[in-house]
Design a binder for this molecule. Structure first.
Ligand SMILES: Nc1ncnc2c1ncn2[C@@H]1O[C@H](COP(=O)(O)OP(=O)(O)OP(=O)(O)O)[C@@H](O)[C@H]1O
Ligand SMILES: [Mg+2]
Length: 319
């Protein structure tokens, strides 16, 4: 039995949010809801409007029309309070190269006018959180790209905001550094923080993002729990079949079944879209086995979010 869902607090809400740059509509009437504790992926191709949307949510850019609320506060009316509630990591950010790592964070701590007696402690806390404690005394210019990203995130965390907006934090990182970043995101979410992370590296998102929103030419084409978005976007099932040879027979059986509309090969495997129910699927397997084919695998291919996304953006293009 499904557990009753607790009503989660809404951290970000946008209503008909729109931003135009001359003729270009960068963000088109977006209605987005982000709940507390989510690791929310904002995905879309170059120019989709991710950065524009994040800047409006953070209060750095005024909308042409529409409203953003952060923790129930109108971002345009209460920009100062909202600044305390969020940390924003821009897609390109400069670091003060000649400062030491701790000095850099110390500088930002002071900029927030936070209590002086907590300063050193907080700097060490965030360094620990982003796993840079051993680089505390190193000069910023000596850090690797992955470490720089983590230092950037440490900076957004310095005033301990409940909401983080990170614009392409994984861009340019190698797989190991991306993995470290993912672990950090999960840890932050466990601490009760809410993350809105933009990216176009989609294949990795579904493993750790609880929610996903897909932007296409400024429009929100899908938004919700990662699993729901995947299901909603997936039309029918994709079946993978492995057999021990018998190619001719397999072709024959698959060709004879009305609910199998063509198939492709993936190495030795057969992949085909299937639109029937479970009973119809069982029937397909029965036919294959009945024809004397040695079936070594028969099952649903889980469509990756990447594939869903590509399918979706392709469809949108054709409109
Ligand atoms: N300051 C600006 N002046 C004019 N046009 C802009 C400005 N900022 C963004 N745009 C346009 O708005 C659209 C959305 O841009 P945005 O940077 O938000 O996309 P993005 O999804 O962040 O892209 P990327 O993946 O390349 O970072 C683009 O067509 C872009 O050219
Ligand atoms: Mg961008």
């Amino acid at each position: 039995m499904a557990e009753p869902e607790l009503a989660a607090e809404i951290v970000i809400q946008t209503e008909d949010l729109r931003r135009e740059f001359g003729e270009t509509v960068a963000v088109k009437d977006v209605n987005l809801v982000v709940e507390q504790g989510a690791v929310f992926a904002l995905v879309g191709p170059n120019g989709a409007g991710k950065t524009t949307l994040l800047k409006m949510i953070s209060g750095l850019l005024a909308p042409t029309s529409g409203t953003v609320w952060v923790s129930g506060l109108d971002v345009r009316r209460e920009p100062r309070v909202v600044q305390q509630l969020l940390g924003f990591l821009p897609d390109f950010f400069g670091l003060y190269e000649d400062l030491k790592v701790w000095e850099y964070l110390d500088y930002f701590y002071r900029a927030y006018r936070l209590p002086a007696d907590r300063r050193a402690g907080r700097v060490d806390e965030v360094l620990d959180l982003v796993k840079l404690s051993d680089k505390r005394g190193a000069e910023v210019k000596t850090l690797s790209r992955g470490m720089r990203q983590r230092l950037g995130i440490a900076r957004t965390l310095i005033h301990d905001p409940p909401l983080l907006l990170l614009d392409e934090p994984a861009s340019g990182l190698d797989p190991e550094s991306r993995h470290h970043l993912q672990l950090l995101f999960s840890e932050l979410a466990r601490d009760g923080k809410t993350l809105l992370v933009s990216s176009h590296i989609l294949s990795e998102l579904e493993d750790y993002c609880s929610h996903v929103a897909i932007l296409q030419e400024g429009r929100l084409v899908a938004s919700g729990r990662t699993e729901e978005v995947r299901q909603k976007m997936g039309k029918g099932k994709t079946i993978r079949l492995s057999t021990l040879g018998d190619e001719e027979k397999v072709e024959q059986v698959l060709g004879s079944l009305p609910m199998v509309e063509g198939h492709t090969r993936d190495g030795q495997d057969y992949i085909f879209p299937f639109r029937g129910d479970e009973a119809a699927l069982a029937h397909v397997l029965e036919q294959l086995v009945g024809a004397g084919i040695a079936v070594s695998f028969f099952g649903e291919e889980r469509r990756t979010l990447e594939e869903t996304y590509l399918m979706l953006t392709k469809k949108e293009e054709g409109e």
